[in-house]
Design a protein around this ligand. Structure first.
Ligand code: SF4
Length: 399
């Protein structure tokens, strides 16, 4: 991990990064260790240090076959847990003393970026009327750029799903409104930069025409979900189905409370945590519960995770709830928070104050399940019309 920093040396400003290594989520959430608190950008020192870290990892920290014997454990975090950050740093420095680390780097070539800027010419006037959600979208999806008259807009992409038609439509929109480029976001949305402010009504109308004009970017309803059983063989549950169900339930609540809006919700279909549910205020991890000969699809609910400046905090597991009961369970968590919070208290501060486990008894009512003859729906996952079964194979990722 790289955290940009600036420091003053001999009266001049030096740019660099704090370098961290060995963090990760999945079955062993772990905070990254700081290996160097400042590595300068100039001369590409940060690139050499990074390369040295990769070399140490490739050599398995001097422990033959420690990482390669089990693919699931081939992660830097396991190596650092084993040998410690001091030993890892020592080995990195040994690498940095090798001849390869003395070779000059062509920084100009390495740091070249494709030019970005606005689309040339007048903003397109397409004659469409702004869609009804235009005002809300302006509030939630548009950010002013430093450059006058230009804004960056977020395209909300629920669960990160785009159809081929939407991709083609987006390409056309990018050419006309954002200089031909877009950026992806970690939370599955897209950002179009360099949009002319006076083109916003036309742009929103175009996005709405291809089904991408939804507001709520980065807010509670903008649930993040991994592919889950829809396409990932490691999946236990349909995290995509869960994501849409939670999005609908949250939208139904229709609450515009700003502190509720900043709650993050992320859904992973198994403990590997590709949706980063450990870092969500409300995180869900696919799991199951055995009921006699049958299995019930469930989610383990984690509360209190989040990103902070300088670090992250992992959520704490509080309950295992059947999939079909999770929308009311999440609504309950939100309503308890709204009733009990102190003035201006954020959800994360509230969870810190009461402790995540406070919710264990509150969620008990959602755990009860009747026999299959009475509640067959609870024994099926979202979008499925057959009884749930855990079937796992090889995943999309390296695990
Ligand atoms: S391996 Fe990752 S993508 Fe697949 S279900 Fe698990 S968390 Fe989701």
């Amino acid at each position: 991990g790289f955290i940009a920093k600036v420091k003053r040396e001999n009266g001049r400003e030096v740019r660099g990064f704090e370098l961290r290594v060995g963090g990760g989520l999945s079955t062993m959430p772990r905070q990254a260790d700081v290996i160097y608190d400042f590595v300068p950008v100039e001369n590409g020192e940060y690139i050499r240090v990074t390369e040295a870290m990769i070399k140490v990892f490739d050599k398995e920290g001097g422990l033959p076959n420690f990482l390669r014997k089990n693919m699931a454990k081939a992660r830097v975090k396991f190596l650092i847990k084993k040998i410690g950050i001091e030993e890892f740093r020592r080995q990195v420095e040994e690498e940095l003393a090798q001849p390869w680390a003395k070779e000059p780097l062509d920084m100009e070539a390495l740091t070249q970026l494709a030019p970005e800027g606005p689309t040339v010419g007048e903003p397109p006037a397409n004659g469409r009327q702004p869609a009804p959600e235009f005002d809300r979208w302006l509030k939630t999806n548009v950010r002013r750029q430093r450059q006058e008259d230009h804004v960056a807009i977020t395209v909300t992409v629920p669960m990160g799903n785009l159809s081929p038609e939407q991709f083609r439509g987006l390409a056309e929109i990018m050419r006309r409104f954002s200089g031909g480029s877009a950026r992806t976001q970690q939370n599955q949305n897209l950002v179009l930069r360099w949009v002319r402010e006076d083109a916003l009504p036309a742009l929103h109308a175009e996005l709405t025409a291809i089904g991408l004009g939804a507001p709520e970017a980065g807010l509670i309803a903008d649930v993040v979900a991994c592919p889950g059983t829809d396409s990932c063989k490691m999946g236990i549950t349909s995290s995509q189905g869960e994501g849409y169900a939670l999005r609908d339930a949250i939208m139904e609540m229709g609450d515009d409370d700003p502190l509720v809006q900043e709650i993050t919700v992320k859904v992973s279909g198994c403990p590997n945590g590709c949706a980063m549910h450990h870092l969500a205020a409300i995180g869900l991890q696919g799991s199951s519960f055995k009921a006699g000969q049958t299995q019930i699809p469930c989610y383990d609910i984690f509360l209190g995770g989040g990103n902070y400046i300088g670090g992250g905090k992992f959520g704490t597991r509080v309950a295992r709830i059947p999939v079909k009961r999770t929308p009311p369970a999440i609504k309950k968590i939100i309503s308890v928070y709204m009733e009990e919070r102190q003035d201006g208290e954020s959800f994360l501060d509230y969870i810190d104050r009461v402790g995540p486990k406070y919710f264990e008894p509150i969620l008990t009512e959602f755990r009860e399940v009747g026999p299959i003859s009475e509640e067959i729906d609870v024994y099926m996952d979202w979008g499925k019309d057959e009884l749930f079964e855990v079937i796992r194979g090889e995943g999309e990722c390296a695990l």
